[in-house]
Design a protein around this ligand. Structure first.
Ligand code: DX5
Ligand code: ZN
Length: 214
């Protein structure tokens, strides 16, 4: 299992320390949540913080944009150090153009689906995607309760991947712990995001390793 701990739950007063902890852990990716107060009812952080994280690790930065009009900032995210750039289906009118541009800039392109958005909206574009991010909470905050319908959604997305001969990774974000993570592994998830479960645990590195072994 690919594990992508969410930096949103770190101690921002000690972001260098926490980034180095993730860097030294077995975490595969670092998940970076960018929120604009428009697409979601919360504001997190932007380019300077992403650049600071980039300075302390060469691990894959898995950037999740919860922002309106992501097209205006794709190049800036590349410059700030993003490796995977995931936009929300619900925020993109011309999704094909957005995905193509992300890939032209040399990043992997992901699409996130809110809990209410059916997977079928991705049928046409599926073969072009590097990643699909299934939201198992309504985006905007860490520490929310897992919406268990995500398990079935992952299983159906895996079937859609086969039907469309696509290669995208299936990542799940929100309310992931060892129990929900095991369900998601069973359903076919390739990658798990975990914020509060990792940073709220007594031994975050051991927690990351446990999630990875699911
Ligand atoms: C929620 C964010 C998540 C968040 C997950 O809007 O997209 O990445 O950090 O946090 P937990 O794991 O605490 O649900
Ligand atoms: Zn996220």
């Amino acid at each position: 299992m690919i594990v992508s701990p969410s930096v949103l739950s770190c101690d921002f007063g000690n972001i260098q320390r926490d980034t180095l902890m993730l860097h030294d852990s077995v975490a595969d990716w670092l998940h970076i949540d960018v929120m604009d107060g428009v697409f979601v009812p919360n504001i997190s952080f932007g380019f300077p913080v992403l650049q600071a994280i980039r300075q302390h690790t060469n691990k894959t930065l898995d950037v999740h944009l919860m922002i309106a009009n992501p097209d205006a900032y794709l190049e800036d995210f590349k410059k700030a150090g993003a490796d995977i750039l995931t936009v929300h289906y619900e925020a993109c009118t011309h999704l094909h153009r957005t995905i193509s541009r992300i890939q032209e800039l040399g990043m992997k392109a992901g699409v996130a689906l809110n809990p209410h958005t059916p997977i079928e909206v991705l049928t046409e574009i599926a073969p072009l995607l590097d990643l699909v991010l299934v939201m198992s909470v309504n985006p905007g905050f860490g520490g929310q309760h897992f919406i268990s319908a995500a398990n079935d959604k992952v299983a159906r997305l895996k079937a859609l991947r086969n039907q469309t001969r696509s290669q995208f990774l299936i990542e799940v974000d929100g309310g992931v712990n060892l129990e929900t993570g095991a369900q998601l592994a069973q359903a076919g998830a390739d990658a798990l995001v975990a914020g509060s479960f990792v940073f709220g645990s007594a031994d975050p590195r051991a927690t990351i390793a446990a999630l990875q072994s699911l």
